[in-house]
Design a protein around this ligand. Structure first.
Ligand SMILES: [Zn+2]
Ligand SMILES: [Zn+2]
Length: 119
């Protein structure tokens, strides 16, 4: 599994700066540093996880999104704009574009638990 990781890849590095909602052997879910919405990241470097793994990751992402946004409509955005070579997906609520500029960033405080903000 480690052999498939790329040392120059930001997602493989999995730096813990923002809030982490969830982690298991397949993926982790944390706030994206750029958009500040929940993002699921596959733990392997590549673009084609098994369909079952994709299904699992989307489920983990939606759970984090529900925790964060409640009943607001959220959709899964699987366009990999910044890092096209490593599978990840964002949860978008309807305000995600403005959230990017207005929300205070969260900070890492352990996996799960309450979401704390910087500053
Ligand atoms: Zn993002
Ligand atoms: Zn990677």
């Amino acid at each position: 599994m480690c052999a498939s990781n790329d040392e120059n890849c930001e997602l493989c590095e999995a730096a813990r700066f923002t809030h982490w909602y969830y982690e298991d052997e397949i993926c982790w879910v944390a706030d994206c540093e750029v958009c500040s919405t929940p993002m699921v990241v596959w733990k392997r470097h590549g673009t084609e996880p098994d369909p079952a793994d994709i299904e699992w990751m989307v489920r983990c992402l939606m759970e984090a999104a529900a925790e964060r946004f409640g009943d607001e409509v959220t959709k899964v955005d699987r366009v990999m704009r910044q890092i096209p070579e490593h599978f990840h997906a964002h949860a978008r609520d309807k305000n995600w574009l403005s959230r990017r500029w207005q929300d205070k960033p969260s900070k890492y405080s352990g996996v799960g638990g309450s979401r704390e903000l910087l500053g």
